[in-house]
Write a protein that binds this ligand. Structure first.
Ligand code: COA
Length: 334
C-alpha cells in the first residue's frame, strides 16, 4: 500500500491588517472584549477594490507549496479545494486554480466542510494516493470571509472572529510504510447545522436589496450560537485526537505536536489542557489571523514548517471542528 506524504507546504495572507482597534470604528466592540474572549489581536481582510479572491489566494499558497515541494505544476494529477467562501456559487474555486496554475485538464474536487474542510480535503486526497490512482495531489484551503460578514454591531459576535487567507500542501505517494498520512477520521452531526450557518449568501455579497422585499439579515450573514459551538468543539476535538491515536496504536505522549483548528484561543487552551499537552506541543497563530476556516490548518502548518518546528520523523495530529457540525482529525508522521 502507498502512503501520502506531505512534500510541500505554503500559505498566503492578504497584506491588509485589520486590528481590533480598527473594528471599534465599525461596531460597538473593544480590543479587550475580543482578546479576552478569543485571543485575536488582528486579522487580514482583503481590501477594496477587491482584486483578490478565494481562488487567487489559494493560487498564491499553492505556488509556494509547489515550489517548496520541488516539483513542477504539471506533475499535479488532482486538485482538492476546501472552502466555504467560493468565488462563485458555482463552479467552485478548484477549477480556477487549475486555470491559474496553467496545468492540464486534471480533476478538481471542491470540498465543503467549513472549519473541518482542510482535514476532509486531505482525507479525500489521501484515498486517491493510497489506492494508487494518483501520485501527486494538490490540496488547498482558502477563505475570503471579510466580504460576507455583517460588520455592524448586529454582527459583532461573528465578524470579529474571522479572517481571510489561504494554505496549501502537495501530497506525493510514498512506498515507505508508516510515513505520511497514517489515518484520517471524519465526523458530522447535521442536527446542529443551524447552530452555525449561512442561509443565503448571494444577496448579501452583492448588496442587492429587492424593492418591496425586506432584507432579512439572518439569511445573508452567518448566524452562530457561540456558546453551543464552543462546548461541542472542546469535546469533539479531544475525542478526535484520541481516536486518531488509538487507530494507530499511539498515546498522547507520543505526539510531537497537535495542530488544532484556530477558532478561538480559549478552545485550543481547553483542548490542550484536556489532552495534558505542554505548551511547546500546541501552537496558536489565531492572534494574527483570526479564524480562517479551511485555510487555518495549512497556514499554521506552513508557518511551523518555516520555523523548523515541523521536521522529518515527527508525529503530528491535526484536528478541527466547525459548522455542520463537522469535525475531523488526521495523524501524520512527517
Ligand atoms: N464585542 C463586544 N461585546 C460583544 C461582542 C463583541 N464583538 N460580541 C458579543 N458581545 C456581547 C454579547 O452581546 C453579550 O452581551 P450581553 O451579556 O449584554 O447579552 C456578551 O458580549 C457576552 O456574549 P456571549 O455570546 O455570551 O459571549 P461568549 O463568552 O460566549 O463569547 C464567542 C462569544 C463567540 C467568542 C464564544 O462563544 C466562542 O468563541 N464560541 C465559539 C465560536 C467558534 O469557534 N466559531 C467557529 C467555529 S469553527
Amino acid at each position: 500500500m502507498k502512503y501520502a506524504k506531505i512534500i510541500g507546504v505554503g500559505h498566503y495572507v492578504p497584506d491588509n491588517v485589520v486590528t481590533n482597534h480598527d473594528l471599534v470604528k465599525m461596531m460597538d466592540t473593544s480590543d479587550e472584549w475580543i482578546q479576552e474572549r478569543s485571543g485575536i489581536i488582528e486579522r487580514r481582510w482583503i481590501k477594496e477594490p477587491y482584486e483578490q479572491s478565494t481562488a487567487h489566494m489559494g493560487f498564491e499558497a499553492a505556488k509556494m507549496a509547489i515550489q517548496r515541494a520541488g516539483i513542477t505544476n504539471d506533475e499535479i494529477e488532482l486538485i482538492v479545494f476546501a472552502t466555504l467562501s467560493s468565488d462563485y456559487y458555482f463552479p467552485g474555486p478548484g477549477v480556477k486554480i487549475q486555470q491559474l496554475l496553467g496545468i492540464g485538464n486534471v480533476g478538481a474536487i471542491d470540498v465543503r466542510a467549513q472549519c473541518s474542510g482542510f482535514i476532509y480535503a486531505i482525507s479525500v486526497a489521501d484515498q486517491f494516493v493510497r489506492t494508487g490512482m494518483y501520485k501527486t495531489v494538490l490540496v488547498v484551503g482558502s477563505e475570503t470571509h471579510s466580504i460576507g460578514l455583517d460588520k455592524t454591531t448586529r454582527g459583532r459576535t461573528t465578524a470579529v472572529l474571522f479572517g481571510d487567507g489561504a494554505g496549501a500542501v502537495v501530497l506525493r505517494a510514498s512506498e515507505t510504510p508508516g510515513v505520511g498520512i497514517l489515518s484520517t477520521h471524519l465526523h458530522s452531526q447535521g442536527e446542529h447545522a443551524e447552530k452555525l450557518f449561512l442561509k443565503a449568501p448571494g444577496t448579501g455579497r452583492d448588496g442587492i436589496i429587492y424593492p418591496g422585499i425586506e432584507q432579512d439579515v439572518d439569511n445573508i450573514y452567518p448566524v452562530m450560537d457561540g456558546q453551543f459551538v464552543f462546548k461541542n468543539a472542546v469535546v469533539r476535538m479531544e475525542e478526535a485526537v484520541k481516536e486518531a491515536l488509538n487507530a494507530n496504536g499511539y498515546k498522547v505522549s507520543d505526539l510531537d505536536m497537535v495542530l488544532a483548528h484556530q477558532a478561538n484561543l480559549r478552545i485550543s487552551q481547553f483542548v490542550q489542557r484536556k489532552l495534558g499537552l505542554p505548551d511547546d506541543k500546541m501552537y496558536s497563530n489565531i492572534q494574527k489571523y483570526g479564524n480562517t476556516t479551511s485555510a487555518t490548518l495549512p497556514i499554521l502548518m506552513s508557518e511551523l514548517w518555516e520555523q523548523g518546528k515541523i521536521t522529518e520523523g515527527k508525529l503530528y495530529a491535526l484536528v478541527a471542528f466547525g459548522s455542520g457540525f463537522t469535525w475531523a482529525s488526521a495523524l501524520i508522521k512527517w
